[in-house]
Write a protein that binds this ligand. Structure first.
Ligand code: UT7
Length: 332
């Protein structure tokens, strides 16, 4: 029997209804549609409204839809992994809450925190479980309610983020298609430039931390931008070279959607025409662990069995990585 690979056999995503437009943001802080479009490329983002609604609400909606779409019973799922930086609570894991909401009873679940690279890190982790032969149906869901940690008085960050979720079903295959290779990296010294100052064990919540607005994303944008442009493109090119792929061989690049300028730079370094790059940042902004599945879900009908696809991301941590997969099914 040939080597077992993990293949994506279904994908679904979910976004809340509320659209936070550049016009509305320009009434909240000193910004303009022109600045946001030129510097980042976002028109609007979705926001999850309502009391007691966390990332599990986003994730459970994507997972329930995925089960329905793929005709899978919740009882068949062996493992559910959730990639998130905005867990419902510090514990238990949001993955457990999503499994409970989706009626998944025979699985174990856990979270992965790798910020904007979360989906790629978790996809590779899920793939290893499937490749072991022991786990037949694994769900990976990226879910982030970024509005819960966004400071809507800070114009340097509040235009960037949105709420969304995306989920994939992974199953074993002995065929050619599926997840082929990955390059994953972290550099913890990057924490200085992108983090949330308080709310963890180092600086628990207090009146002082709340008054100092320390429970929101803190980002030194220019520094993160420089790292993102070089590291994301480096690993995307490296995985091409490692697998003997030219730009002609690649059907699609699925980049993390943080800034259109970072996406363009990565595509250029890989020698790709813009038509081969999945982009939806304009509609949803940066949804952290959800950007990549949200993109693939929107482009799903264009994907053909055997398509060579490169995923690439950079995010808080710092974390970054690329993953090479061959798409496993034709449009249904
Ligand atoms: O996904 C996780 C990883 N994160 C990223 O990859 C994000 C990487 N960073 C970026 O995408 C960009 O750095 C930002 C979009 C965050 C900022 O763009 P920038 O081109 O780096 O702008 P900047 O920080 O250099 O600021 C330029 C100017 C400043 O004004 P002065 O000092 O030149 O007068 C800012 O105060 O733009 C100003 N500015 C704004 N103006 C209008 C910053 N935010 C805004 C805004 N509206 N929303």
């Amino acid at each position: 029997m040939g080597k077992l690979r993990a293949a994506i056999t279904g994908i679904n995503a979910w976004v809340p209804e509320y659209r936070l437009t550049n016009e509305e943001l320009s009434q909240m802080v000193d910004t303009t549609d022109e600045w946001i479009m030129q510097r980042v490329g976002i028109k609007e983002r979705r926001i999850l409204k309502g009391a007691d609604m966390g990332s599990s609400e986003l994730g459970a909606n994507a997972v329930k839809g995925l089960l329905e779409k793929t005709g899978t019973s919740p009882d068949e799922i062996d493992l559910l992994i959730c990639a998130t930086v905005t867990p419902d609570m510090a514990f238990p894991a949001t993955a457990n809450i999503i499994s409970d909401k989706a009626g998944i009873k025979n699985a174990f679940s856990f979270d992965i925190n790798a910020a904007c690279s979360g989906f790629i890190f978790a996809l590779q982790t899920a793939a290893v479980y499937v490749e072991s032969g022991r786990y037949k149906k694994v769900i990976l869901v990226g879910a982030d309610k970024m509005s819960s940690i966004t400071d809507y008085t800070d114009r340097t960050t509040c235009t960037l983020f949105g709420d969304a979720s995306g989920a994939v079903l992974l199953e074993p295959t002995t065929g050619e298609n599926g997840i082929i290779d990955h390059i994953l990296r972290t550099d913890g010294s990057g924490k200085n430039y992108l983090h949330m100052k308080a709310g963890g064990s180092m600086r628990p919540a207090s009146h002082e931390t709340v008054d100092a607005r320390e429970h929101f994303v803190y980002q030194e944008g220019q520094t993160v931008f420089k790292f993102a442009v070089s590291k994301m493109a480096d690993v995307a090119v490296e995985i091409m070279e490692k697998n003997g792929l030219t730009s002609d061989d690649i059907a699609w690049l699925v980049p993390h959607q943080a800034n259109l300028r970072i996406i363009d730079a990565t595509g250029r370094r890989m020698g790709l025409t813009p038509a081969k790059i999945m982009i939806n940042i304009e509609k949803y902004g940066n949804t952290t662990a959800a950007t990549i599945p949200l993109c693939i879900w929107e482009y799903e009908k264009k994907l053909k069995k055997g398509d060579n696809i490169i995923l690439a991301a950079f995010g808080g941590g710092f974390t970054w990585g690329s993953l090479y997969l061959k798409w496993a099914y034709d449009p249904r």
